[in-house]
Design a protein around this ligand. Structure first.
Ligand code: SF4
Length: 694
């Protein structure tokens, strides 16, 4: 424990880790944080926090921070430190040269859900104005893009329906493909409180997560399905609800499209969707499926919470739609204690999507092909916008390998470590002429970069984050940017060097512009957030205080739309060569690729990634606890130490992906969601063999 002395002042800010968005008092002495104290008035956390938010902020002053811009003409050359002016000028000249030689669409940008709303807004504006195309994407592509697609198609808005506090009024909590106690710990604790108070729990997960069985909590049903079968599971539950007369007919008649409901009712009623028919595919007894469906439909207020175990599949968008179908059919929407609640992984996944960081959507989820929307932005921005959607990240990488894409600006992203099929990502980056990485550290992607622009940590910036319940909270500067510039200032400088001035004096000016252009944000300003503490969008004339629960009287799209959700098995099937299915997740003390949590100066954070394997599979292979094992997929091979445990079912192995050396994404494949290209991280067929220590 380091004694940092007594604080001189406190600044209220927001945690930079998960989508719970806890509020903290950063107690500061001079330019140094003395401690982070959970803020008792924080509406997302009510004075609680987890270990990451409270203790894992030391990375902001870690010696690995790069604080001087650097350039190199080739990735084989050493980096050269340069001034900000030179780095920005070099980047602008390279992007202009590439566009002149290879065409307007040969460059693009990737923003991060780690950045503020204002920063991601500026990056998409940079692309659409200074680059003149729509080649902008966000890391939500690889996590919750199916949420945006599926919820917009069914309910009309690409966001979760409830506030976190709503869980206190839930009678049944259905957790599917999420591990809240590890990945969203503060909300996981709130959920546990409600479960201890008597709410019933259904968990659908291939692995026995802590929530299934913990002190005073026992799931009524743990549907331990095989990886990749979510849609079959939800169709089986829907079949029971429809065929046993458990539909909330009054709700459906008043709130949903009659034709789409009729088609869906006929579809899910088919014998192919019955629990008895799907039991083998799922690995769950039909009786258990029937009982779980009855509990969800008749147990009172039923709320669904889901995570990346839903979205990161080849049918991720279909699964989100199947969840929304289930909630509509049972009337579990539009009031406290119910709803469809995506648990967002990163702090600002919701925000980066809201801000138009997608190649097909302008801020506020409005399609670039919509003339009226384009005209609104064209008037404000003074340019003509491209009506054609741009490239998604996987398309940018493919285009690079095809010799058609040459310049990429990455703000706060490390796709070499975080995206699937590492070798493919590396090859695509190598094929580009100018890769610009803006980050705190020389990350794995920086090995393939020509320009490095130092980033600012959350303690060095002003702005806003939007959490999983659509809550916009302020991020307030605690210390000066170590490299002399905040991230938004870097984007502004780049835009100016490209001939498109962006005259903002402060991030609040950027939010004012967002509010002018986005109907769900018209009531949002820094002054209003300061007054209310935080605001859940939509916030406008109809909802001046914000909106804790959406779809109250009617759905955002008017009538709810049932979508047909045919189950299409993943192409990633087991075989004699690769008989096991690998799935992935996180642990409490680490965060995503670990760039921050591995730099906290506290040894227990360094808990290694292990391969969980069932005792029967381990015995068949002569594997014991702590043995080194090689895991081989059709993409590649990596080596980890084994953890023999009944948490995983026979035939399934599991690991986390927090350390670059674990190489989890060396073995994941390039299968992806049919609608959004979200990678299928959760299902990879593998073989595991014991090896000598590497
Ligand atoms: Fe930060 Fe999430 Fe932990 Fe809250 S629960 S302190 S937002 S990591």
């Amino acid at each position: 424990i380091v004694d940092r002395g007594q604080p001189e002042q406190a600044v209220i800010t927001t945690c930079a880790y998960c989508g719970v968005g806890c509020s903290f008092r950063a107690e500061v002495k001079g330019e140094e944080v003395v401690r982070m104290v959970p803020h008792k008035d924080g509406k997302a956390n009510h004075g609680h926090s987890c270990v990451k938010g409270r203790f894992a902020w030391g990375y902001a002053t870690h010696p690995d921070r790069i604080t001087t811009p650097m350039i190199r003409r080739s990735i084989d050359e050493p980096w050269q430190e340069v001034s900000w002016e030179e780095a920005i000028r070099y980047t602008a000249d390279e992007f202009r040269r590439i566009q002149a030689e290879r065409g307007r669409d040969s460059v693009g940008a990737l923003t991060s859900s780690r950045c503020t709303n204002e920063e991601t807004y500026l990056v998409q504006k940079l692309v659409r104005t200074a680059f003149g195309n729509n080649n902008v994407d966000t890391c939500a592509r690889v996590c919750h893009s199916p949420t945006g697609y599926g919820l917009k198609a069914t309910l009309g808005e690409s966001a979760g329906t409830q506030d976190f506090d709503s869980v206190h009024q839930a009678d049944v909590i259905f957790v599917i493909g999420a591990n809240p106690t590890d990945a969203h710990p503060v909300f996981g604790s709130v959920m546990k409180q409600r479960l201890r108070a008597g709410a019933k729990l259904i968990v659908a997960d291939p692995r026995t997560i802590d929530l299934v069985r913990s002190p005073h909590i026992e799931a009524a049903h743990h549907l331990k399905l095989k990886p990749g079968t979510n849609v079959a599971l939800l169709n089986a539950l829907a079949h029971v609800i429809v065929t046993e007369g458990l539909v909330d007919e009054a709700f459906v008649a008043a709130r949903c499209e009659p034709d789409s409901f009729a088609q869906w009712r006929e579809f899910v009623s088919r014998p192919d969707n019955s629990p008895e028919r799907l039991s083998g595919e799922l690995g769950i007894p039909a009786g258990e499926l029937r009982a779980a469906a009855r509990l969800y439909a008749t147990g009172g207020n039923a709320a669904i919470y889901y995570g990346l175990g839903v979205t990161e599949h080849s049918q991720g968008s279909t699964t989100v739609m199947a969840i929304a179908n289930l909630a509509m059919a049972t009337g579990n929407l539009g009031r406290p204690g119910v709803g469809v609640n995506p648990l967002r992984g990163q702090n600002n996944v919701q925000g980066s999507c809201d801000m138009g960081s997608f190649p097909h959507e302008l801020p506020g989820y409005r399609h670039v092909s919509d003339t009226a929307t384009r005209q609104l932005f064209e008037q404000e921005w003074g340019v003509t916008l491209d009506p054609e959607p741009g490239l998604r990240v996987p398309n940018m990488l493919d285009a690079a390998l095809a010799g058609q894409f040459h310049g990429l600006y990455l703000q706060g992203e490390d796709p070499v470590q975080s995206d699937p099929n590492t070798q493919h990502v590396q090859a695509a980056l190598k094929a580009m002429q100018c890769v610009v990485v803006q980050d705190l550290f020389l990350n794995e992607t920086a090995k393939y970069a020509h320009v490095f622009l130092p980033g600012a940590s959350f303690l060095e910036k002003d702005g806003t984050f939007t959490n999983a319940e659509r809550r916009i909270s302020r991020v307030r500067r605690v210390m000066r940017p170590r490299a002399g510039k905040a991230d938004w200032e870097v984007t502004v400088a780049l835009a100016e060097a490209l001939g498109y001035p962006m005259p903002y004096a402060h991030p609040s000016d950027i939010m004012d512009e967002i509010a002018r252009l986005t109907p769900t944000f018209t009531g949002v300003s820094y002054a209003r957030i300061d007054e209310l503490g935080s605001i859940q969008w939509p916030c406008n004339a109809s909802a001046p205080e914000g909106t804790p629960i959406m779809h109250g009287e009617q759905f955002v799209r008017g009538l709810g739309r049932f979508m047909l959700t045919a189950y299409v098995p993943t192409e990633e099937r087991t075989s004699r060569k690769r008989p096991l299915l690998l799935t992935t997740g996180r642990i409490l003390s680490q965060y995503n690729v670990g760039a921050q949590t591995r730099r906290t100066g506290n040894v227990h954070w360094h808990a290694e990634d292990r391969l969980e394997i069932h005792p029967s599979d381990a015995e068949n292979r002569g594997i014991h606890d702590d043995d080194w094992v090689a895991i081989t997929s059709r993409s590649g091979e990596t080596t980890l130490r084994a953890l023999v445990t009944e948490r995983v079912q026979p035939g399934v192995v599991y690991t986390t992906f927090h350390h670059p050396e674990s190489g989890a994404n060396v073995i994941t494949t390039d299968n992806s969601d049919w609608a959004t290209n979200c990678p299928e991280y959760k299902v990879t067929s593998v073989e595991v063999v014991k090896v000598m220590q590497p």
